[in-house]
Ligand binder design. Structure first.
Ligand code: ASP
Ligand code: MG
Length: 424
C-alpha cells in the first residue's frame, strides 16, 4: 500500500480532545497498512491570536519576525499530535517545514514553494514511523530564514508534499463533510459534491470557496494528485477532487453547474476620466503591479466621444485597497485622470461548471435569476467555465441563493453539517 498524506485544519486540532481524535484516525490509517504523513495547521484560532499579539507590540511587525512567530502555531500542533500518537503506542516524529525540506523563495508572508526535499520524511517512513509536518511554512533558499506561505496554506504544504512523495492521495480534513454546491451557511439546502474536477475546483477556490487553498489545487492539477476533502468529525466519504482527464467522455453525466461561490474580500476602484489614448491602462496597471497588488476583474467603459475620456474600474483584495489608492494618487499628475472612487461594500458571486462550455443560455439564466431576486449587477467577467458578477455586499446572500435554486442545485433534504463552525 502506498503513502497517504492527511492534512488536519485548525478546527480539527482545536483542543486536546480534537488532537486525540485526530491521532486515533491517523493510527487507524497506519493500521490499514499505509505509510502516513500528516500535515497540521495551528490549533483553532492560534494564527489570528499570534498576529493580534504582534500587533499589540508594534503596528508594523518586521515580516521576518512575524513569520517566525506565526510558524510557532503549527509547531505546537505537530508536537501534540505526535505525543498523542505515541500515547496510542505508535511511533510518530514531528518536523518543522524547514526540517521536512519545504524550500521557498524569500517573500515573507506569502512565500512560494520552489522545491521539496523530503529526505527526513522518507527516512521516518522507512523506519516505520508516522511523519507529522508543520503546515504553512518553509525555509528560504537564499536567506535561510523561516517563511510562511500565506493564510490557509497548510493545504498547499500537504498537496506539495504528497506530490513530492508520490502519495496515492492527499486527504484534507476540516469540519465540513466536503465541497458543497454553495456555502451551507448561506444555502441551507446546499448539496455535497461527490466528485469535482480540478479545473472546476480551481475556479471555485479562486472565486472565494474557502474549503481549499487556491495554490493547493494548482499543485494537484499540475501533478495529477487526487484530493479527498472530508471531515475529521465524521466517517462519511467527502468530495473527491480529481484530474479533469478522468471526466473525459463523461460530459453527459457531469452536472452542468458544479456550484456557486462568493467572495466578500474584494474592493472596487474606479479611475474616472482617464484620457482615452494608447498606454494609459498599461501605466495604471504597471503602477499597481509594482506594488505587488493582484488585480481581479477589470472593466473599461466606452470612451465618451465628446470628451475623449473613459473610466477604468477594477477589483482587488480589500487588504490592498489603501495601498492601491495611494499608488494611483501619486500618478494623477502624470496620467491626468479626473478622480478615484473606492468602494469596499461589494461582493463577487460566481457560477462555475465545466458544462457551460457545451450548454448555451447559462448566462441568460443566471442573470435573470439575479434580476428576479432584485440583485443589481455592477461588473461582469467570465472564463470558459465561470461567470462572475460584482454585486452590492448586502445582496450577496440573495444572489447566491437565487443562482443555486435557478440551476436546480438544491438538495431535497439538508445535507450540510458544519461540525466545528469555521470550515477549516
Ligand atoms: N494556520 C495558518 C492559517 O491560519 C495556516 C492554515 O491553517 O492553513 O492561515
Ligand atoms: Mg483551510
Amino acid at each position: 500500500m502506498g503513502i497517504v498524506v492527511q492534512k488536519y485544519g485548525g478546527s480539527s486540532v482545536a483542543d486536546a480532545v480534537g488532537i486525540k481524535r485526530v491521532a486515533q484516525r491517523i493510527v487507524n490509517t497506519k493500521k490499514q497498512g499505509h505509510d502516513v504523513v500528516v500535515v497540521v495547521s495551528a490549533m483553532g484560532d492560534t494564527t489570528d491570536e499570534l498576529r493580534d499579539l504582534a500587533e499589540q507590540v508594534t503596528p508594523l511587525p518586521p515580516p521576518r519576525e512575524l513569520d517566525m512567530l506565526l510558524t510557532a502555531g503549527e509547531r505546537m500542533s505537530m508536537a501534540l499530535v505526535a505525543m498523542a500518537i505515541a500515547q496510542l503506542g505508535h511511533e510518530a516524529r514531528s518536523f518543522t517545514g524547514s526540517q521536512a525540506g519545504v524550500i521557498t523563495d524569500s517573500v515573507h508572508g506569502k512565500a512560494k514553494i520552489i522545491d521539496i526535499k523530503p529526505g527526513r520524511i522518507e527516512q521516518a517512513l522507512g523506519d516505520g514511523a508516522i511523519a507529522i509536518v508543520a503546515g504553512f511554512q518553509g525555509v528560504s533558499q537564499d536567506t535561510k530564514d523561516i517563511t510562511t506561505l500565506g493564510r490557509g496554506a497548510s493545504d498547499t504544504t500537504a498537496v506539495a508534499l504528497a506530490a513530492a512523495l508520490g502519495a496515492e492521495v492527499c486527504e484534507i480534513y476540516s469540519d465540513v463533510d466536503g465541497v458543497f454546491t454553495a456555502d451551507p451557511r448561506i444555502v441551507k439546502s446546499a448539496r455535497k459534491l461527490e466528485r469535482v474536477s480540478t479545473e472546476e475546483m480551481l475556479e471555485l477556490a479562486a472565486s472565494g470557496a474557502k474549503i481549499l487553498h487556491l495554490r493547493c489545487v494548482e499543485y494537484a492539477r499540475r501533478y495529477d494528485m487526487p484530493i479527498h476533502v472530508r471531515s475529521s468529525f465524521s466517517s462519511l466519504e467527502g468530495t473527491w477532487v480529481i484530474p479533469d482527464t478522468e471526466f473525459a467522455g463523461e460530459e453527459m453525466e457531469q452536472a452542468i453547474i458544479a456550484g456557486v461561490a462568493h467572495d466578500r474580500s474584494e474592493a472596487k476602484i474606479t479611475v474616472v476620466g482617464v484620457p482615452d489614448k494608447v498606454g494609459e491602462a498599461a501605466r495604471i496597471f504597471e503602477t499597481l503591479a509594482a506594488t505587488e497588488i493582484n488585480i481581479d476583474m477589470v472593466v473599461q467603459n466606452v470612451s465618451a466621444a465628446a470628451t475623449g475620456l473613459t473610466d477604468i474600474s477594477f477589483t482587488l483584495p480589500r487588504s490592498d485597497g489603501q495601498n492601491a489608492m495611494g499608488a494611483l494618487a501619486r500618478l494623477q499628475s502624470e496620467i491626468g485622470y479626473d478622480r478615484l472612487l473606492y468602494d469596499d461594500q461589494i461582493g463577487k458571486v460566481s457560477l462555475i461548471g465545466a458544462g457551460m462550455r457545451s450548454h448555451p443560455g447559462i448566462t441568460a439564466k443566471f442573470f435573470s435569476a439575479l434580476a428576479s431576486a432584485g440583485v443589481n449587477i455592477s461588473m461582469i467577467s467570465t472564463s470558459e467555465i465561470r461567470i462572475s458578477v460584482i454585486v452590492d455586499e448586502a445582496q450577496i446572500d440573495a444572489a447566491v441563493q437565487a443562482a443555486h435554486t435557478a440551476f436546480d442545485l438544491d438538495a431535497g433534504e439538508v445535507e450540510a453539517v458544519v461540525y466545528g463552525g469555521t470550515g477549516r
